[in-house]
Unconditional design. Structure first.
Length: 131
């Protein structure tokens, strides 16, 4: 259960950072040569969860770990998108796309927040023995 909360917490951090990055993109929509950025998190999480390698477990602190699927090092990455430019000033920010991405990110943030709240309510219910 705590593993789910930790993953959701990291998703929340990535969503918060994505909001900052989108706002920075919008603020620089008229800056010549500016290239938009994005936050990569969902694909990184999917890659970590779909790793089909054999997982080894250690029984002693001196043992060498073999493909442990630890999500503790899971984190987002800010990625600069400089592959294309449709404007003469070589800026690739489309304000309509950024506004849509911000709205999508807001919905995502609210969903993750709701899910974390639900997990804590379940823990509270167990602590209170269902009362």
């Amino acid at each position: 259960m705590y593993n789910n909360i930790n993953i959701l917490s990291k998703a929340l951090n990535a969503s918060w950072k994505r909001n900052e990055v989108i706002n920075n993109n919008i603020a620089n929509a008229d800056t010549p040569d500016f290239k938009r950025s994005d936050v990569a998190f969902e694909n990184i999480l999917k890659e970590k969860l779909s790793n089909k390698n054999i997982e080894g477990f250690t029984t002693h602190s001196n043992h060498i770990s073999i493909n442990n699927k630890s999500l503790n090092d899971l984190d987002y990455k800010v990625v600069k998108k400089d592959g294309f430019s449709t404007r003469i000033d070589k800026n690739n920010v489309d304000i309509d796309v950024e506004m849509a991405e911000r709205a999508k990110n807001e919905i995502y943030y609210n969903a993750v927040t709701s899910r974390i709240q639900s997990n804590f309510q379940k823990i509270k219910l167990v602590i209170n023995e269902g009362r």
